[in-house]
Design a protein around this ligand. Structure first.
Ligand code: ADP
Length: 493
């Protein structure tokens, strides 16, 4: 039989290719059975005597027991931070302070594989994201703020910058180690000490970080890590001996914290909810835009505070764009977060999965059209297929409320003015994206969009030198860059 010519040989479509498993080895991670609280440079058992399990959302496998800090534990942690601030830490020369930050950055790099495995195991995110995004950016934040520690007088000339004292910091579960770095690096660079509470579903990298503090020889009490749930966070915020509170999380909790601190003189920054618009003009590079849309909403399962969850497409390219998007969705690989080929990992928790399901059901109820590519979801654990809604009304909950999952709502516009009006039609304003070939249009849009960050022909790009933060109900205060120092300083004149 004559061999088939290459032109006629049956080649499987790329959509049918199966990838062989490529799991990252777990043995680099040696988990303890139980983790206490990190207070005053030591792991201590909680006075509350309460513990809770931490699991892998991909398999529901039990990973370790973690302490649940009660009011007495919070008090001990704040006392330790106060003691360190008034003792060794505030007396240290700024250039010496910088050395600790550099050391921490180097140790994060050295232990990056272990940290990436822990992040993906505990949080459900694909290993290629924790390995290539979360952990390198966490190290970059410490490097960047190490550089500022002895240059504060230059950053704020003639204003005599001084540390505030003790900062209480509460972080969410979507980028656990990265959010820790956003909080701890600038606080320490400015000469403060901290008590940080990681989210209840993702404590592991913060607990490994306590070992990094020990390795770096950081003086006891400068960093204190207390694990727990919302009640621990509430005790921390109420503690009378804090000078500063920094919170990243939901708008509801952020509002409650602001009420709690009103009139107390405690300095506050909030990074809250969001419903970012990703705006596609008909003169954009369409294939690049489709990649940007996919990255904008399916990166980290859509558990991204600035996710491009509302896609605004110019009417003239609506059909080709949606067709390309659906085709691209079929190539997204959903599955084991520790597999190096996985694009979309597990949803972080049962609670979050329920929230996504409820909002998706409301979208279907409102008459929006749902598309999910065929994909096999694992039986155990928390999973949700990548989802696109078309025919979405502006008033629909899926266009207004934060879903915080891999769910995109597509709306259309005709003119730039209409795009701005629709993009700004939200109580939030953290980020936005604009896709167009015209530089003048990018600038025109950026001036009018009420969002802290506007990306042009890209999305979800982060850099420690660039300030990040919100408008309206997305909160206030900036993290990153020179701006990120200011919330941790007071000025003597
Ligand atoms: P999400 O809805 O994304 O889980 P939350 O705002 O509930 O966001 O959680 C973000 C962080 O805030 C977590 O560390 C959580 O434990 C903490 N938290 C929850 N409730 C409170 C509260 N009332 N006071 C302080 N912190 C809280």
């Amino acid at each position: 039989m004559a061999a088939k010519s290459p032109a006629t040989r049956a080649v499987p479509s790329p959509l049918e290719w199966e990838y062989a498993p490529a799991p990252e080895a777990r043995d680099i991670l040696a988990l303890e059975d139980r983790y206490g609280l990190y207070i005053g440079g030591e792991q201590v058992a909680p006075r509350s005597r309460k513990w809770f399990p931490t699991i892998s959302p991909a398999t529901e496998e039990h990973l370790a027991e973690v302490a649940l800090a009660g009011p007495r534990d919070v008090d001990l942690a704040v006392q330790a931070a106060r003691g360190a601030f008034e003792g060794e830490w505030s007396a240290l020369r700024p250039a010496e302070r910088a050395k600790y930050l550099f050391r921490i950055a180097r140790l994060i790099q050295e232990r990056s594989r272990e940290l990436a495995v822990a992040e993906s195991l505990n949080g459900g995110k694909p290993i290629k994201e924790s390995r290539d995004v979360d952990i390198p950016l966490a190290a970059a934040h410490f490097f960047y703020y190490a550089g500022w520690a002895d240059k504060l007088e230059y950053a704020f000339p003639n204003r005599k910058p001084r540390p505030l004292g003790v900062a209480g910091q509460i972080i969410p579960w979507n980028f656990p180690l990265l959010m820790l770095s956003w909080k701890i690096a600038p606080a320490l660079a400015c000469g403060n000490t901290v008590v940080l509470k990681p989210a209840e579903t993702t404590p592991l990298t913060a607990l490994i970080f306590t070992d990094i503090c020990r390795q770096a020889g950081l003086p006891a009490g400068v960093v204190n890590i207390i694990t727990g749930d919302g009640s621990t966070g509430a005790h921390l915020v109420k503690h009378p001996d804090l000078d500063k509170v920094a919170f990243t999380g939901s708008t509801g909790v952020g509002k409650a914290i602001r009420r709690e601190l009103a009139g107390t003189g405690v300095k506050l920054t909030l990074e809250l909810g969001r419903k970012a618009a990703n705006i596609i003009f008909d003169d954009c590079a369409l294939d690049q835009a489709v990649e940007g849309v996919v990255h904008g909403i399916y990166f980290n399962q859509g558990h991204v505070c600035c996710a491009g969850s509302r896609l605004l497409v110019q009417e003239s390219i609506y059909e080709p764009l949606v067709a390309k998007l659906k085709r691209r969705l079929r190539t997204i690989r959903v599955g084991d977060p520790l597999d190096k080929n996985t694009d979309l990992g597990a949803i972080n928790s049962r609670m979050q999965l329920d929230r996504i399901r409820e909002l998706v059901a409301s979208g279907e109820g409102d008459g929006a059209e749902m598309y999910q590519p065929p994909c096999r979801l694992p039986e155990r654990g928390y999973w949700f297929a990548p989802t696109v809604f078309t025919n979405v009304a502006q008033s629909s909950r899926i266009a207004q409320e934060e879903i915080f999952g891999p769910v995109l709502s597509v709306l259309t516009f005709r003119t730039p003015e209409e795009a701005v009006e629709k993009a700004n039609n939200t109580p939030y304003g953290l980020s936005a994206g604009v896709w167009t070939e015209k530089g003048s249009r990018i600038l025109w849009m950026a001036e009018r969009l009420r969002a802290g960050v506007v990306w042009a022909n890209t999305f979800n790009r982060f850099d420690p030198t660039s300030p990040f933060g919100g408008y309206k109900e997305s909160g206030f205060g900036r993290e990153g860059g020179l701006h990120g120092l200011e919330p941790y300083l007071r000025f003597d004149r």
